[in-house]
Design a protein around this ligand. Structure first.
Ligand code: CAA
Length: 257
């Protein structure tokens, strides 16, 4: 299947999705959303894929939701269509997804990067929630995910002033997991994704689910949820294999069972 706004490349068990609307700095319009939902649905069902890297161009990961598509909307249109709710399917993708960010990740672009499990940024990356400069507020999760990632002070600073944050500041603030040279960005992200895809996919899925839960509920509920899933892993062959391999000082062979 070919897409109008996305490119897909597969390297072993890793799928690389590249946002591809260069004329609009990868602004996220309804076609991008529809195609992302379609493609992620296919990757979800594909047992040959263990992890995904989502990237953009050197100049822009994505410069936000498509302002030109939104500008003439009325409140009732936005409300009745529940505008942007379709992005919940992207955030709900169950396999690990790494954002490899170079250049601008603004507004919906920053929010899309934050829907991924972690962000690897090129030194050139710039993050921001400039919606305030357009007379609106973030609408794809920015006020919530950014606040959880960087804390109230910096989230307020970015959302209220609309200023951009460079890769170094984003890493110190906890938004970004690693910063690398631009030329190394994709290789670094793919290597991380390959590593993840080599582990037991049952355990990988559970790490994603439990760490994500930490953002959605109280600590005591999160700890209990984590512990119950931890217990359940003792029903898998991969746990037996992983622990046996450790004691036998050999590499484990996981079968995803
Ligand atoms: N929507 C639609 N088109 C966009 C766009 C966007 N978010 N961002 C850039 N473009 C378009 C520009 O209009 C321009 O198109 P034309 O050549 O047809 O004029 C093209 O991409 C190139 O952009 P610029 O000429 O502006 O490039 P630049 O290098 O001078 O500036 C930039 C780069 C600072 C990122 C600037 O493009 C910009 O400020 N973009 C908008 C950023 C923004 O406000 N994002 C938030 C959007 S709202 C949102 O995301 C809501 C939400 O929470 C989901």
């Amino acid at each position: 299947m070919t897409y109008e706004t996305l490119l897909l490349e597969t390297r072993g068990r890793v799928a690389i999705i590249t946002l591809n609307r260069p004329q609009a700095l990868n602004a996220l319009n309804s076609t991008v959303l529809a195609e992302m939902r379609q493609l992620l649905g296919e990757l979800q069902a594909d047992d040959g894929i263990g992890a995904v890297v989502l990237t953009g161009s050197e100049k822009a990961f994505a410069a936000g939701a498509d302002i030109k598509e939104m500008q003439s909307l009325e409140f009732v249109d936005a409300y009745r269509a529940d505008l942007f709710s379709g992005w919940d399917d992207v955030a709900g993708f169950r396999k690990p997804m790494i954002a490899a960010v170079s250049g601008f990740a603004l507004g919906g672009g920053c929010e899309l990067a934050m829907m991924c499990d972690f962000i690897i940024a090129a030194k050139t990356a710039k993050f921001g929630q400039p919606e305030i400069t357009l007379g609106v507020i973030p609408g794809m999760g920015g006020t919530q995910r950014l606040t959880r990632a960087v804390g109230k002070a910096k989230a307020m600073d970015l959302c209220l002033t609309g200023r951009l944050m460079d890769a170094h500041e984003a890493e110190s603030a906890g938004l970004v997991a690693r910063v690398v040279d631009q030329e190394r960005l994709l290789d670094e992200a793919v290597a991380a994704a390959e590593k993840i895809a080599s582990f037991s996919q049952t355990a990988v899925g559970m790490v994603k689910e439990t760490v994500s839960r930490a953002f959605e509920q109280t600590l005591s509920e999160g700890l209990r949820f984590e512990r119950r899933l931890f217990h359940s892993l003792f029903a898998t062959q991969d746990q037996k294999e992983g622990m046996a391999a450790f004691t036998e000082k050999r590499k484990p062979v996981f079968k995803n069972r």
